[in-house]
Write a protein that binds this ligand. Structure first.
Ligand code: UD1
Ligand code: UDP
Length: 370
């Protein structure tokens, strides 16, 4: 069968490698995968680097949509994806996660009745002010196969009226939903082996990432977070691979003097976004991870590192429930207090919440049954 995979933003490119690898290793006689890159992320270190490093097949279509306002960006993607679907006539389309590329793929496919396979379905923050929350709800509700990485995600789908019954002929009106584990656990486990013997340049540090629009586009929240980073940098080095959105917004949101102070603090190392292998090396060697990223929260857990979440909610509430991550929002005191708590008393156990590292294989098997 012919499958079109839609990718566009950094985390989707990384996620796609798990399914592409499973297809290549086990199902190349049954599934033909065509990759379509919307161009939502386009910097070398936000896109191209992952194709080289993670052995992902090259996109057959590069839509080069680029950045823009949400409506305009999504609309351009829908138009161009529709053209590709009409040319390729795939049996199904795979979309990942919750970005504008996900929504665009889902809308384009649903209008011309191509079954949608949503990987990372069911996750909810219960905060509809987040663009991602809207994207994933809409995408889930027009999909035919929904794969949830966690039991909470699966239960969210049941609460929204999806049936747990699995049928032989799922449709958008009668979809199949599965709790299958997390393809990013597959990826982190697989790629961790490749960095086993490589040295990390940093020691005794906190790894930090910030890119969520609620943080980057709000002066007060961004300042609170950087105040906390400046304070924590007095006791530990902070390594901060800077997302292009944050790089752009810092001088717009904060005073020149304050931004200079951040860049000139020697124990804060602001670096360019890194490759995935470099990232999991940093995550594996950090003492703690401070982040507003969805993916990085989970990788902290996979790699047994405590995580301070710079958001007011999380879709990955299991990691908070077991006590290995804490929601600290953009609250200066909470961030400092919780970071010190974790550093002084690191969590000891990381239960197996995200499956067995074989989620991609399970997903491919269900796709073939379509
Ligand atoms: C997007 C996703 C978000 C995901 C994140 C992963 C949506 C609504 N948001 O957010 O869910 O967590 O990707 O990283 O889809 N930029 C560059 N170079 C690039 C890409 C972006 O300079 O290669 C800059 C541009 O100024 C752009 C800004 O970053 O306007 C934001 O990019 P965009 O893709 O719109 O949203 P993200 O914040 O990256
Ligand atoms: N990541 C990376 N390099 C970086 C920062 C992040 O490879 O410099 C990876 C990270 O390991 C994770 C994914 O990007 O797999 C997360 O993407 P991001 O934080 O951009 O988005 P989110 O997961 O919040 O949607």
């Amino acid at each position: 069968m012919k499958i079109i995979t839609i990718i566009g933003a950094r985390p989707q490119i990384i996620k796609a490698s798990a399914i592409s690898r499973a297809i290549k290793n086990f199902y190349s006689d049954k599934i033909e995968e065509i990759i379509v890159h919307t161009g939502q992320h386009y910097d070398e270190n936000m896109s191209e680097i992952f194709f080289r490093e993670l052995e992902i097949p090259r996109p057959k279509y590069q839509l080069s949509v680029g950045s823009g306002k949400h409506g305009a960006q999504t609309a351009k993607m829908i138009e161009k994806i529709e053209d590709v679907l009409e040319i390729e006539k795939p049996n199904a389309i795979i979309v990942y996660g919750d970005t504008n590329s996900t929504l665009a793929g889902a809308i384009a496919a649903s209008k011309i009745h191509i079954p949608i396979i949503h990987i990372e379905a069911g996750l909810r923050s219960f905060d509809k002010a987040m663009p991602e929350e809207i994207n994933r709800i809409l995408c889930d509700h027009c999909s035919t196969l929904l794969f949830s990485p966690t039991i909470h995600g699966y239960n969210n789908l049941l609460k929204e009226g999806f049936s747990s019954e699995i049928t032989n002929k799922p449709t958008a009106d009668k979809p199949n939903i599965y709790h299958c584990g997390d393809i990013m656990y597959d990826n982190t486990t697989y790629f961790s082996q490749k960095i086993e013997n490589s040295e990390c340049n940093y020691k005794n540090f906190i790894l930090c990432t910030i890119h969520r629009n609620t943080n980057t586009d709000d002066k007060e929240r961004l300042k609170n977070i950087f105040d906390a980073i400046l304070e924590l940098s007095k006791q530990k080095e902070i390594i901060l691979p800077l997302h292009p959105r944050t790089k752009k917004m810092l001088p717009q949101m904060l005073s020149e003097e304050y931004v200079n102070k951040i860049y000139n603090t020697s124990s804060i190392k602001i670096i360019e976004p890194v490759s995935f292998l470099e990232m999991i090396k940093l995550e594996s060697n950090a003492d703690l991870i401070l982040t507003d990223s969805g993916g990085v929260q989970k990788e902290a857990f996979f790699l047994k590192k405590p995580c301070v979440i710079l958001r007011s909610t999380t879709e990955w509430k299991e990691i908070v429930e077991v006590g290995n991550a804490a929601i600290c929002d953009a609250n200066y005191s909470l961030i400092i207090e919780q970071t010190n708590k974790f550093l002084n008393n690191p969590p000891q156990s990381y239960p197996p919440i995200f499956g067995d590292g074989q989620a991609a294989k399970f997903i491919c098997e269900q796709i073939i049954k379509l």
